[in-house]
Ligand binder design. Structure first.
Ligand code: GN1
Ligand code: MG
Length: 369
């Protein structure tokens, strides 16, 4: 996408100042993100995103959710007298005609004659002076992030009806992800199944994890709450100066789900010293002090609303989500890397191996008491 094309999209939004340039931001497996500079605006520029409509098929419903969630969190922060609210929650910038996203019409044919897809864009105020992390630097940082996601769930626990839209159906349906993997292996479109027999077998050995959060306390279903659904450390902005966790981002999958799925993603992204793209699997090993910090941080914010059944199943949340993510990466490898952005061949297979190493390490790690 050319810089002119990005600026053309940016100009559809009700932003202030003169837009002077756009820079592609790295990170994120799904959308393309840009920092748009604006001279003379109160905000330090804008975050413009081209939405991946293969993954999120209904951009306006998605943005309705994001707008409701951000407004609710903002109101809660203001009511609690929290300082610098504009740095602690995303702020949606609507289009000039008041819509939450801009549908860019597809040109009939691109210059090269190749068909071009329509695109949807959205904008937020940019939050500057922040950094992100792919893994937790130390146990206090892990504790802080876990508390931040717990507070996020707590703030959304009184979101007024109606329920949020389901932006991706069955998003954390672990059984469905396992089935999808089995189908991808069966179809074996690219002849890759032979090369990942060991990983497929390893997943099958842990297949019972797919139903592990299905019920507790005599088969009772766990409560559905408004949760983030992608609660990894890279979805938190930290203050570049004091290192504190400032703002939770990537709100595309905030919708009804299980609180434990969020806790599982916290464990998945912070228990080990290496992230999901690490290929040295010796580094993908659980740090027990981080596990303890995650539990402490999360319970500090969430213990008021968690049920006994949820509390009992906390130790299984990390393994379930590592299992699910391994199945998703492996299924995408088998299907030809159609879902997750990849930078090199075999990256999804390597990610699956990484998540399986994490899973084995989590299953061996003693749960802190
Ligand atoms: C995707 O776009 P990103 O990197 O925040 C994915 C998550 C996965 C994650 C793996 C909509 O998130 O579910 O856990 O990659 N998001 C979607 O890191 O599929
Ligand atoms: Mg995401």
């Amino acid at each position: 996408m050319t810089s002119t094309g990005v600026l053309e999209a940016a100009r559809q939004f009700a932003c202030e100042g003169r837009l002077t340039g756009a820079r592609r931001l790295s990170g994120g497996h799904i959308h393309a993100s840009y920092h748009v500079r604006a001279e003379g605006a109160a905000a330090p520029g804008y975050l413009l995103q081209r939405l991946n409509t293969r993954v999120f098929r209904e951009p306006l419903r998605l943005m309705e959710n994001v707008a409701r969630v951000t407004r609710h969190v903002e109101a809660g922060l203001r009511a609690a007298g929290v300082a610098h609210v504009h740095r602690r929650v995303l702020h949606v910038v609507p289009t000039r005609d008041g819509r939450l996203a801009w549908p860019q019409e597809a040109p009939a044919r691109a210059a090269g004659g190749e068909a071009c897809e329509a695109a949807w864009w959205r904008m937020f105020e940019f939050i500057d002076g922040t950094t992100t992390h792919l893994v937790a630097r130390d146990a206090p940082q892990a504790e802080q992030v876990a508390r931040a996601f717990g507070e996020f769930q707590a703030r959304l626990s009184d979101l007024p009806p109606p329920p949020l839209h389901e932006t991706i159906a069955g998003f954390h349906d672990t059984k469905a992800h396992l089935e999808q993997l089995r189908r991808a292996a069966e179809a074996d479109l690219l002849g890759r199944a032979r090369q990942c027999r060991a990983e497929l077998a390893q997943i099958e050995r842990h297949a019972e994890l797919a139903g592990a959060l299905g019920g507790a306390g005599g088969g009772q279903a766990l409560p559905r709450r408004v949760v983030h659904n992608d609660a990894k450390i890279s979805n938190v902005l930290f203050d570049a100066v004091d290192g504190s966790a400032l703002c939770i981002v990537d709100l595309d999958t905030v919708m009804p789900g299980l609180a434990l799925h969020d806790f599982g993603d916290m464990v998945r992204s912070m228990a080990a010293p290496a992230g999901e793209d690490e290929t040295d699997l010796a580094r993908v090993a659980v740090r027990p002090d981080h596990l303890e910090a995650l539990r402490r941080g999360y319970l500090a914010a969430a213990s008021d609303f968690l049920s006994d059944a949820e509390r009992e199943l906390l130790p299984l949340a990390g393994p379930v989500i590592a299992f699910e993510q391994a199945a998703r990466f492996l299924a995408d490898h088998l299907a030809g890397d159609v879902y997750y952005h990849t930078a090199r061949p075999l990256q999804n297979l390597e990610r699956a191996r990484n998540q399986l190493a994490l899973l084995e390490s989590l299953l061996r790690a003693p749960w802190p008491v």
